[in-house]
Write a protein that binds this ligand. Structure first.
Ligand code: SF4
Ligand code: SF4
Length: 143
């Protein structure tokens, strides 16, 4: 006699998976081959799901709005910020960042001509595709 658990398992077999199979709908055997197929248009990239509101992705830094106050360096628990004395701006190491947004909270930012209020130099972006072979690559060091 089928148990309640067996019924649940049978139902589950006919349901679609809830996970988003990103970047493709199957596990590729060879990533390089997959990239070449994508470039030739033979395989379509399965888009990532949209991120929710207030998502904390890769930190975005706008040096034009930075006043060099070092507040972000003081609060950063991961030591992911460095001050550049020559320019009085900061350098951010994404590979050290733990996406807490404390630096964003304290950043006073700067008011540019024509603006009514200062805008922060730091903000959490929606970008999360940040895997890289080199933790000091251009993609992972912002200044
Ligand atoms: S988000 Fe957090 S860990 Fe990352 S740089 Fe800002 S304060 Fe540091
Ligand atoms: S807190 Fe903001 S304005 Fe101050 S140094 Fe950091 S990025 Fe620049």
């Amino acid at each position: 006699m089928p148990t309640k658990m067996m019924m649940v398992l049978i139902k589950q077999m006919f349901r679609k998976p809830y996970t988003n199979r990103f970047p493709v709908k199957y596990a590729p055997k060879d990533v390089t081959g997959l990239i070449q197929k994508v470039l030739r248009g033979e395989v379509k990239i399965h888009p990532p799901v949209p991120v929710p509101e207030d998502f904390r992705g890769k930190l975005a830094y706008d040096p034009e709005r930075c006043i060099g106050c070092k507040m972000c360096i003081r609060v950063c628990p991961a030591n992911a910020m460095e001050f550049i004395p020559e320019t009085r701006k900061i350098r951010h190491y994404v590979a050290r960042c733990m996406f807490c947004a404390l630096c964003v909270d304290v950043c006073p930012g700067k008011k540019l001509p024509g603006e009514e209020a200062p805008v922060k130099a730091l903000k959490m972006s929606e970008e999360f595709l940040i895997a890289d072979y080199d933790k000091y690559s251009k993609n992972l060091v912002e200044e």
